[in-house]
Design a protein around this ligand. Structure first.
Ligand SMILES: Cc1ncc(COP(=O)(O)O)c(C=O)c1O
Length: 449
């Protein structure tokens, strides 16, 4: 449709594009040409198995014609409507989202443009509802790159922008068993005791901060980029109890963990907990168009029955994005995609465990559904990571390059390898990708002390 020779794509982009998450002089992008299913191809026709669902978002896989057709039909019907207007697709999309929330209980839906502004709005709404100010989030968390969501983020991406961020966020520790500060000398503590210690830690912080000042606890239901940290048994239930005890709004950030990733529509369902607000994006449209959402209990939404909700963006409830969401949810139901993620969960877990047994540089593996991680270490005893906190290492760079060279697109974060494929993947394709990682881990094995 638009003419540009393939070999000009990268040079022209380098001339004019200002890249996110990058030092501008150092970008070296893959020039992607097409994508289908679990694969994509670059301009040299090299095929990659997509083990990161691009940005952990293409949950139903690439190039699903049913979603594309729905978006095209929406463009023909009405491509844009003002946020204050009602459209058929907006009515249908809000019902479709409300219905998949736990028990259908989060029945009021505010559409946003992505995950960061979903969290921003959830925070605003919780503050208005409780008439309190503070937000508690965890250190090992990512909640988005706008100033409020960045303040909520616990990891170094926040530190890079301090002090010019939203005020009122207090961080606490994640129940991260492999590197638990509290249990270094007692690693064999029972799961119940482990959970109790982390809930006690959270309650202590609530008391120090003053419950009457805390609007919300905002958490990724399963921590994503900061380590696929799966809550221990009883933890989420315990947070729910603390929220109820102190009148705090419980917000589950399901931007990455939602939409089937863990084998449930929303990860929080693994623990039968109903939060007060769920934020979502990514898998909501499988990234066929930008969209996020804040689904909330009606009593929270009622804060704004008479009071004006002083917020909104020009593209709120963009019809083409909503069409993508409705079609994406339909595809997920029709093709039993959540069930596929649940069924393949044990397959991925076994493949990860096998890698752990055969490679001395694998310190720990964790997974739930099709959400997995490998912690690469220099020393299993000391757990010294293969790359430092918020840093890289020649070994991890070489490992990722080895994967890419062999046609596996995978995300490495510091000393970890994340496995987050499209949820339509088969057991054979999972095996295909894991055998590439198996080969690549020989590089890091050589650096083991
Ligand atoms: C858990 C979580 N929350 C929020 C966000 C921010 O979403 P977005 O990039 O759509 O603003 C992300 C993005 O990676 C995420 O993983």
């Amino acid at each position: 449709m638009f003419d540009l020779p393939d070999d000009q794509i990268v040079p022209l982009s380098k001339e004019h594009v200002f890249w996110t998450w990058s030092a501008q002089a150092k970008v070296n992008p893959i020039a992607v040409k097409r994508a289908k299913g679990v694969y994509f191809w670059d301009i040299n026709n090299k095929r990659y198995l997509d083990f990161n669902s691009m940005t952990m978002c293409v949950n139903i896989g690439h190039g699903d014609q049913r979603v594309i057709n729905a978006m095209k039909a929406q463009l023909d019907e009405i491509p844009y409507a003002a946020p204050g207007m009602a459209t058929k697709i907006r009515a249908i999309a809000s019902k479709a989202v409300a219905e998949i929330t736990p028990g259908g209980k989060l029945s009021k839906v505010l559409f946003t443009l992505g995950g960061a502004d979903a969290n921003e709005n959830a925070i605003k709404i919780a503050r208005a509802y409780t008439k309190r100010h503070k937000i508690l989030t965890r250190y090992r968390s990512y909640h988005g790159a706008t100033a409020g969501a960045m303040a909520a983020t616990g990891d170094p991406r926040r530190v890079a922008w301090e002090p010019n961020l939203m005020t009122g966020v207090v961080h606490f520790l994640d129940p991260y068993r492999y590197r638990s500060t509290f249990h270094r000398t007692n690693p064999n503590i029972s799961e119940a005791e482990f959970t109790r210690d982390y809930l006690n830690h959270l309650e202590e912080i609530i008391l120090y901060e003053g419950p009457e000042s805390i609007a919300a606890i905002l958490m990724e239901s399963v921590t994503g980029t900061n380590g696929i940290i799966i809550p221990p048994a009883g933890y989420m239930q315990g947070v729910r109890v603390l929220c109820d005890k102190y009148g705090i709004v419980m917000i589950a950030d399901e931007v990455m963990a939602g939409f089937g990733r863990t084998g449930k529509w929303f990860a929080i369902e693994n623990w039968n907990v109903v939060p007060d607000i769920i934020t979502m994006a990514k898998g909501l449209t499988s990234a066929y168009a930008p969209l996020g959402a804040v689904a909330m209990k009606p009593e929270i939404a009622a804060t704004f029955d008479e009071q004006v909700f002083e917020s909104g963006l020009t593209y709120t409830s963009h019809p083409v994005s909503l069409a993508a969401a409705v079609a994406n949810i339909a595809v997920m139901k029709q093709d039993h995609i959540v069930e596929n993620a649940a069924a393949l969960g044990p397959v991925l877990h076994k493949l990860l465990t096998d890698l752990g047994e055969s490679h001395p540089s694998v310190g720990d593996v964790r997974s739930i559904g099709l959400f997995g991680i490998i912690e690469v270490v220099k020393d299993r005893q000391t757990k010294e990571p293969m790359a430092p906190w918020n840093g890289n290492s020649p070994e991890m760079v070489a490992l990722r390059k080895a994967c890419l060279d062999r046609g596996l697109y995978v995300y490495t974060h510091w000393h970890t390898i994340l496995i987050i494929p499209p949820l339509i993947i088969t057991a054979e394709q999972l095996q295909e990708g894991m055998s590439v990682i198996d080969e690549a881990l020989k590089i890091t094995d050589q650096a083991v002390r």
